[in-house]
Design a protein around this ligand. Structure first.
Ligand SMILES: NC(=O)c1ccc[n+]([C@@H]2O[C@H](COP(=O)([O-])OP(=O)(O)OC[C@H]3O[C@@H](n4cnc5c(N)ncnc54)[C@H](OP(=O)(O)O)[C@@H]3O)[C@@H](O)[C@H]2O)c1
Length: 293
């Protein structure tokens, strides 16, 4: 079996390539932007088609234009990378009899719901990033009943810094920290994701949309503060572990509108696999047990 990973230099793609190289017998083929550039969908399709894969193999698409404000600035490029290229890749995989596992986002929702979003909840993106990612989801799902869209949120892990690394690193030299408190979601630890996404390599799991993240809901402030506490307990000399609350409306530098409450409900995945994602605090604690500045 072959597993081709698009976006293998990214936070999630790197973790999958690293983890699956050790944990599966399958041949892992990591593909970076240099090998398959999604900004030219036709060339991306041809690039992927040059690899020998077929029935029983899996393509995992972790590549995306992930700069939410950047997508607002260059809408046409975001559309090509997040919507058109995944469509072409999905159709190529369908022709070859391979499953595509396409990574999606909580930003397809407007964040107005007072509970975690389930797969059947109506999407209503507020940003061009969300619009293009939702269009990509549709393109993937209509190409084959075997394909899966796995929506994740607030991705963190050892392969590329994210919000928690930034807030902890800043507290090494700055005694003041602040983060948005009226925006909530569910963190997704890439080491856990590698384990859970391994389930999609088995064909018994039906195609369709899945929500996948660590369990529980938190604000950016809760998430940052807990990360700082964990780092400090592990001997990282922080000048503070207290995070002042900011309002989303205070974030003047944001170009794109962010959805306020986008925690994801992973119970469909838990029901079909028997794997219940562990709480986000356990994952953050484990991550900072090994973290070094
Ligand atoms: N990060 C989050 O908090 C978050 C939240 C919800 C959903 N997601 C979704 O999760 C998936 C993985 O995100 P991530 O956190 O791993 O983001 P990431 O670290 O930004 O990785 C994205 C990858 O896409 C690649 N890429 C960008 N433009 C490309 C192009 N034109 N052609 C080919 N590859 C291109 C990047 O390549 P380079 O390394 O060359 O730049 C990078 O490897 C994405 O689908 C994202 O939408 C992420």
């Amino acid at each position: 079996m072959k597993i081709l990973i698009l976006g293998s230099n990214g936070r999630l793609g790197s973790a999958l390539a690293r983890s699956w190289s050790k944990s599966t017998e399958a041949e892992i083929i990591p593909l970076t932007r240099a090998e398959v550039d999604l900004s030219d969908p036709e060339k991306a399709q041809a690039g992927l088609a040059s690899y020998d894969f077929g029935t029983g193999d899996v393509v995992v698409n972790c590549a995306a234009a992930t700069d939410v404000d950047g997508c607002e600035r260059d809408r046409e490029l975001a559309t090509r990378i997040n919507a058109e290229a995944p469509g072409r890749i999905a159709r190529l995989c369908a022709q070859r009899g391979a499953r595509l596992v396409h990574i999606g986002t909580d930003y397809v929702f407007d964040g107005m719901l007072d509970r975690p979003y389930a797969e059947e909840d109506e999407a209503n993106p507020l940003s061009h990033y969300g619009v293009t990612k939702l269009a990509g989801d549709h393109e993937v799902l209509i190409a084959s009943p075997l394909h899966c869209v796995v929506r994740v949120s607030w991705v963190f892990g050892p392969d590329k810094p994210s919000f928690v690394d930034a807030i902890v690193r800043r507290a090494l030299s700055n005694p003041e920290a602040a983060a948005v408190h009226d925006k909530t979601s569910s963190p997704s630890y890439t080491e856990d994701m590698a384990l859970w996404l391994g389930e999609f390599l088995k064909t018994e799991l039906p195609g369709g949309i899945y929500h996948l993240c660590n369990s529980g809901t938190c604000s950016w402030r809760d998430y940052g503060e807990y990360a700082m506490e964990c780092a400090q307990k592990n001997g990282i000399p922080l000048l503070t572990t207290s995070v002042a609350p900011l309002k989303l409306s205070d974030m003047q530098a944001f170009v794109a509108v962010r959805p306020p409450h986008t925690a994801l409900d992973a119970s469909k995945f838990a029901r079909l696999t028997g794997i219940t994602p562990r709480p986000w605090k356990e994952a953050v604690k484990e991550y900072f047990a090994h973290w070094r500045p």
